[in-house]
Design a protein around this ligand. Structure first.
Ligand code: SD4
Length: 326
């Protein structure tokens, strides 16, 4: 039988699942109720704990989720050792580092840049596109022109390490992406702040040694990332061509809208992708991170090897994602 105390506890947990945790602590912690694991939270693809830390610094000061995901995404963008994002990213097959990024806020507004060269922080340019232009996406030369007008400085993003890797690759010029194994670290990052505002960002240098002009899923709203303040958000990493054909992140959010939990929504989406592209998925990785507006999270990938960083309830941790294939 449900006791009154237990019932009250359950209803309060439900009622406060998506509300201000500081209010929770002031009011109920002393009364013996455990604090619900809720807001704020930030999740990112791969072991991007430095990024979730930067985002948490914003969130724990009651900052906006949008500022948190931008701050998080800027960490790997500036890291020369991260060969999949921003400065230090592996170039295309002609030796140019070309960057893709997108961002969404709690109002469903979106900004994106792709095929952007010589700018270290494409995520911040994407945010400017969202906030300062009537458009959603700027590409290549136009994106660079806009970035310069907004005060971003042009710099060489090709490090010696990335150049050496490219020189080696040229000896055989074999294009065969092996996603996990190559340690792809594209960051998709999602946050929910203490005021229940959701946001997402995704930034990458794309597949190493791709054809010049190739754009992947990461800057495409709904493919590399999607956020809807009514439901939740999803971000991903993996073979962009599969995600472009399936608009994977949009699908994850729509599954949640139909009632699935974040974990279930990620699983349903991976199952659907693999059913549609069984041959391609044998050798390709795709992994999702997902949150909903109640502060729950999920993650799922095609193959083992995908992991993610979650900062919630004061702890910044890395978890292995479950996968369809074992
Ligand atoms: C792309 N989705 O450009 C990106 C690659 C990726 O970690 O996720 N790398 O296809």
């Amino acid at each position: 039988m449900t006791t009154r105390r237990k019932f009250l506890g359950q209803s309060l947990l439900g009622a406060f699942a998506a509300s201000d945790t500081s209010f929770w602590s002031k009011t109920f912690q002393g009364a013996g109720f455990a604090k619900p694991k809720t807001l704020p939270l930030v999740i990112a693809t791969w072991d991007n704990r430095k990024a979730t830390q930067a985002a948490w610094d914003v969130l724990s000061a009651d900052g906006r989720a949008l500022d948190a995901v931008e701050a998080g995404a800027r960490i790997p963008e500036a890291d020369p050792l991260d060969t999949s994002v921003g400065y230090g990213g592996f170039p295309d097959r002609d030796g140019h580092v070309t960057l893709d990024a997108c961002i969404m806020d709690e109002f469903g507004m979106a900004g994106s840049v792709c095929f952007l060269e010589n700018i270290m922080h494409p995520i911040s340019v994407a945010r400017k596109v969202m906030e300062k232009t009537p458009h959603v996406m700027l590409v290549g030369e136009g994106a660079l022109q806009f970035a310069k007008e907004e005060g971003f400085k042009e710099e060489n993003l090709l490090t010696d390490v990335a150049k050496d890797a490219w020189e080696k690759w040229k000896l055989k010029s074999e294009y065969k992406p092996v996603i996990n194994i190559e340690r792809h670290d594209t960051i998709g990052i999602l946050a929910l702040d203490t005021k229940n505002r959701i946001a997402g960002a995704c930034t990458t240098s794309g597949m190493a040694f791709k054809m010049r002009g190739r754009v992947g899923d990461s800057p495409i709203i709904g493919a590399g990332m999607y956020a809807d303040n009514e439901v939740g958000a999803a971000a991903c990493s993996g073979l962009g061509e599969i995600l472009l054909r399936t608009l994977g992140c949009f699908l994850v959010v729509e599954e949640m809208r139909r009632g699935a939990s974040p974990q279930k929504a990620a699983e349903l989406t991976i199952e659907r992708i693999v059913k549609k592209y069984p041959t391609q998925c044998k050798d390709a990785q795709v992994g999702f991170v997902v949150i909903d507006v109640k502060g729950r999270h999920g993650a799922y990938s095609i193959h083992p090897g995908f992991n993610y960083a979650l900062y919630q309830d004061g702890k910044n941790q890395v978890f292995e994602s479950k996968s369809l294939f074992k």
